[in-house]
Design a protein around this ligand. Sequence first.
Ligand code: NCD
Ligand code: ZN
Length: 425
Amino acid sequence: MKTIIKNGRVIDPAQNIDAILDVVISAGCIESIAAQVQPAADDQVIDATGLLITPGLVDIHVHLRDPGYEYKEDIVSGTRAAAAGGFTSVACMPNTNPSNDNKAITRYMIQKAELEGYANVFPICSITKGQQGDSLVEMGDLKLAGCVGFSDDGLNVEDGAMLRHAMEYAQGFDMPIIAHSEDESIKDGGVMNEGPLSTELGLTGNPWVSEAASVARDIMLAELTGARLHICHISSKRTVELVREAKQRGVRVTCEVTPHHFTLTEEAVRGYEVNAKVGPPLRTAADVAAMKEGLRDGTIDAIATDHAPHHIDDKNMEFVYAAFGMIGLETALPLSLRLVDEGVLSLNEVIACLSCKPANVLRIPRGTLIAGAVADIALINLEHTWEVTRQSIRSRSFNTPFEQQSMKGKAVMTLRAGRVVHKEI
Ligand code: NCD
Ligand code: ZN
């Protein structure tokens, strides 16, 4: 028995496909993409008339909080949120408890996702043991256990020599270093973007330099070592310029932007809105414009959510004390589709930034519908409007600055290896 998804608009940027076609799935893999396929009597047919058929989306920056912080999210709730957002693969950060610095935890994450999850989980292991910045993890072991990169995300690797050695080892294993680039000494306890608004609100500012200075260092270390460097959640205009220039010089650097950093400015913080408190901070309109320009000219390789669930007890307090981070898996697609309406990216480019391009950054064998690929697929209704409410969100946490906002665009069906894992049609 095969599954045939019929009459959808197939968009597969990796193959340059954009046409009304049928997708044939057999034994969990893509068998073919063709026009007017005739189903056999025992084939399962899914009618995708009026819908997009895209590769299952790939998010290379999520926090699943499992093990250790399951009251915020776990691998089951987090991957359920992923599937509802159209994502079939997520790369999860190691700032769990204990942190993912060893193969037992890496294997636990992969196995739990395989057995109970709704999406594939590709763990990112820490760079330093316990993310303490003191000694390097066993990179070779971790690669064998299935990790796809190394990051101390949430924290900067402050010690430049440590990061240099991490890059040298990572390069030996042909693995990327994934940098949370924020110089802690320049950040200096800042809780929002530094500028007139932080002064007005009486909050300590975190200037763009904390990011750009650290990115400049990281790029030069990548240049010195020849390592692959991926920079997380970029937020400032100056950072885009640094990455653009480094790419022109042939440095092996990639970067990602979150939907919140190309959608919102620091104005979202006004009123001490704790759900708009995020690291790096939301910045100015000029920075948002630079994110869009970076996406447009390809300086920015991927859209990644930095889905960072926090329990209400970690957020419901004075702004200064509230945790940094916001959820993003279920709002990423509609927020990214706004880039099409604004003329920043074409629809194909948005899908590429959410599928094959992030997959390429971490060399995850997903993000395309090419024959033989695992049948991870999203069916997207571009016209479906919905409201962000506690009821409409699957994540265990609800720390989003988009609460009660209207969203346009939704994954109405998601398939993982040919099996339906999310359905609202
Ligand atoms: C993230 C978290 O909560 O783990 N928070 C955030 O504000 N982005 C950490 C991170 O991605 O840096
Ligand atoms: Zn980070």
